[in-house]
Structures are given as C-alpha cells and as structure tokens.
Design a protein around this ligand. Structure first.
Ligand code: G3H
Ligand code: ZN
Length: 287
C-alpha cells in the first residue's frame, strides 16, 4: 500500500533499524524493488529523482505506474513514493501527481531561504498527509545533475530545520553520491552524533548509500539514521548482469534478444542487491 514515510520511519527510529530508499528508473526497477520488499516483508521507499521522473515521461506517469503495480502485484508492505532531491517547483509537481512523500533539497540556498521554503512545504505536506525530507549541509559528488560540495552540516542549522516539523532530515556528514574515492575520509560520526543530540528522535537520512562499509552503516543506524538511500549500487548490479548476459552471447541464442529475456538478469540482480541492503539495514520482517 502507498503510504507516507512518516510511520515507517518513526518505527525504524524506535526499533533501531533503517528503511532503504531505492531509486527507480523504469518498470523493471520498480517491480524488482516492490517484489523484494514484499518477499522480505520490509517497508520500502521508492526514490524518484527529477531526472528519472523526466526519463519516465513525467511524475504523473510514475505515480500511476507505482499505484497500479502495488495493486496488481498485491503488495501489502508499506511503500512510500518519494521525490528525491526535489527542487521547490518539483515538489509541487509531485504533490499534484500523487506522490506520498517528497524531499525538498534546499541545501544550496542560504540557510534563511532553506528555512523559509522548507517551512512553507511543511505546511503543505501536513495538510495533504505527505511526509517531507529536508537537507542541510550537502552530499558530495553528483546525482542526476544535483552536485554537492560535500560540506558537513552545521548541527545548529539541522536543529532549525528539524524544528520546522519536517518528517526526516538529510544531513551532509561526509557522504558522497556515486562510488566513493579511494582517499575518502569516511563518515563524520562526530557530526552525526551532534546532530542526533540536538534533533532527538528525528529520523535522520543517509544519502550516498552505495559503497559505505557495513560497520559504518551500523554505527550510523545506532546514531539515529533511519533511512538510507541507495541508487548507484542497483545501477551497477543491473549493468554488470546485463553485460554478462550479452558477453555470454545469450542474446543471440533462441529468443534471447526478446527484451523480456534481455532485461531479466539485470532485474534479478537488482532484487539481490535490494535484498542484501534490506538485511544490512535491519528492515526485514518490519512491515
Ligand atoms: O539520493 C539518492 C542517494 O543518495 C543515492 O546515492 O547513488 O551513492 O547510492 P548513491
Ligand atoms: Zn542523495
């Protein structure tokens, strides 16, 4: 069922686990993630970047596809359809399209402007029953055209945004979108700890979930992270499995070129990656 992310994240904070946000790009991605969540009885968040929304022809198409798929696949676990790194305008488009959750990424604005725009969206989301994610500091690297310098968030600014009544808060703590470079310094647990102490039970969000070592993921969850975003890792799994299928010449055997066969190894690989992440995050059986 399509729900806001509020309740599933509050439960995650109480239960000391994290719910995975897995970004979707097309029908295969969506189906693989939904089926895995159902099989593992895990709550799940489907992330849609503005670029991916455009690729799938628009947010209305995405919302219609996800709603129909939840119904026709008999998905009973809680599913949130969430705008990822949304612009101010993108947030309103997704609210209108029927998303159940949005992220307003105002991290590149001066803090006063981030506060003002987030405050406005808190009121709109509260009225419509949607969950809202805000961001402070920035996530390094690039995701779908969203570029961040990777500066750690100021815990006081995090408190200012949390106090507005957002559902969840993404804070830059040294995390990076995409693959982590060999000289990466790791997550700043000092920053995370300070943010958690000031924001209490606010579910914290860890972006850049691809490639963070398991011990760091577990420590982050201990320090209040209740939502972890994964995008690149599913893309890598999909690409790797598809490449192997083609390199083995499977597309040339029988009807191996049929898109339903050609895309299956990639779709299966996404299921495997999502399963591993849900097990690591501790959300299995929590639906
Ligand atoms: O917003 C989405 C994520 O932060 C994904 O990060 O591509 O590094 O897994 P990732
Ligand atoms: Zn992100």
């Amino acid at each position: 069922m399509l729900v806001s992310a509020k309740e599933m994240l509050e439960k995650a904070v109480e239960g000391h686990y994290a719910v995975g946000q897995f970004n979707i790009n097309n029908l295969e991605w969506t189906k693989s993630i939904l089926l895995t969540a159902e099989e593992l009885k895990s709550p799940v968040i489907l992330g849609v970047s503005e670029g991916a929304g455009k690729y799938m022809t628009g947010f209305k198409t995405v919302a219609a596809m996800v709603k129909a798929m939840i119904e026709e696949l008999n998905i009973t676990v809680p599913v949130a359809l969430h705008l990822d790194h949304g612009t101010y305008e993108g947030c309103y488009k997704c609210i209108e399209a029927g998303f159940s959750s949005i992220m307003f990424d105002g991290s590149h604005y001066p803090i006063e402007e981030n506060v003002a725009k987030t405050k406005e969206l808190v009121a709109v989301c509260a009225e419509k029953g949607l969950s809202l994610e805000a961001e402070v500091g920035s996530i390094g690297g690039e995701e779908d055209g969203v570029v961040g310098m990777g500066e750690c968030a100021d815990p006081q600014e995090c408190k200012m945004i949390a106090d507005l009544g957002v559902t969840m808060l993404a804070a830059g703590i040294g995390n990076i979108h995409g693959k982590y470079p060999a000289n990466w310094q790791g997550l700043s647990f000092e920053t995370l700890d300070a943010i958690q102490k000031l924001t209490g039970k606010m579910p914290l969000v860890l972006h850049g979930g691809t490639g963070i070592p398991e011990d760091m993921i577990k420590k982050a969850i201990d320090l209040g992270v209740a939502k972890i975003n994964v995008n690149t890792e599913c893309q890598l799994s999909f690409a790797d499995a598809t490449r192997k299928y083609i390199e083995a010449g499977k597309d040339l055997e029988g009807k191996g070129f049929d898109p339903r066969k050609l895309l299956k190894p990639g779709a299966d690989a996404i299921m495997q990656t999502v399963k591993e992440k849900m097990e690591l995050f501790g959300s299995v059986g929590k639906a």
